[in-house]
Design a binder for this molecule. Sequence first.
Ligand SMILES: Cc1ncc(COP(=O)(O)O)c(C=O)c1O
Length: 365
Amino acid sequence: MNIPFVSFRPMEQELNTELREAFDRVLTNSWYILGKEDEAFEKAFAKYTGTKHCIGVGNGLEALEMALIALGIGPGDEVIAPSNTYIATVLAISYAGATPVLVEPDIRTFNLDPSLIEQAITDNTRAIMPVHLYGQPCDMDPIMEIARKHDLYVIEDCAQAHGALYRNTKIGTFGTASGFSFYPGKNLGALGDAGAVVTDNDELAEKIRAIANYGSDYKYHHIYQGRNSRLDEMQAAFLSAKLLHLDRMNQERKRLAARYLEGITNPQITLPFVPEYANPVWHVFAIRCDKRDELEEYLKERGIGTNKHYPTPIHMQPCYKDLPYAPGDLPIAEEISRTQLSLPMYYGLTDEEIDYVIDAINSFK
Ligand SMILES: Cc1ncc(COP(=O)(O)O)c(C=O)c1O
């Protein structure tokens, strides 16, 4: 059996007619940037997340970066981010001109450990950026409590967790602003690059919308030195079509995850831990194994694709060699990058395929 790490095919086949209709609608309309498809998607996604505003932007990285900039965070400011995340979280902080301060995750949840945040706060700290990694919500109550106590902004990185719930509340609604990515492989993915910021703050929404559109408040009038980061009409139309199926497709991921959780019994494997507050959407099904690289090879020989999220932690990336961390300084992030393996997880995986992966893992010595 051949099981790729990810495939969009089953979803694309099922939604083929709707996606083609979306394409035809935009082509017929002959309008490609900042139009009614963008408006309609923004409205629908704001409703979906339970926020007042959604601003469609070019991608998830810029969504986070513009949220920081619009909040006035820049040079001399520090922003706390998890040491175990995709590099985009930290790049957003750097692009804003601020300094990333990395805080270790809880190894069981892979997410920011709230008990380690306060010791990283200095006079220069302006914000905390929790990342709901792999589709698992962060422990938001203590994070929000710390933010209130120290008067810090919270900007949620929701790139991997569309629809995930923390104590029955959608992620993306806790922070002052939240960034989403609609990279094709995300739970809600466009057919190209796309992203969004959601917020309840009217002023902030207006500012981010202006920054994303050359800093202009009205045509040919520029109040900020903005940039071009807009959600185009074609991607907005595809996203509107796919949003209608997001909950159902997330539900299916949950079913597949439950099958993995029940089926994998090999004692060498640490399964993902789901705390009582979490209702995750399983963007990634992340296991840990001391012999991770051998397991990866073993699965590959059996036709099973896997991935590592992420093989090199941020503080050991060449581009961040100037951050004040040496190898060994963030041992949990390093342990995760050494032992973590992501199993196939996507809409359309069959029970037979999941069971094949489970059997292969259980037979690994
Ligand atoms: C945690 C996280 N943050 C931010 C991003 C950035 O999103 P994008 O690729 O749309 O720029 C991604 C995805 O790539 C991500 O996984």
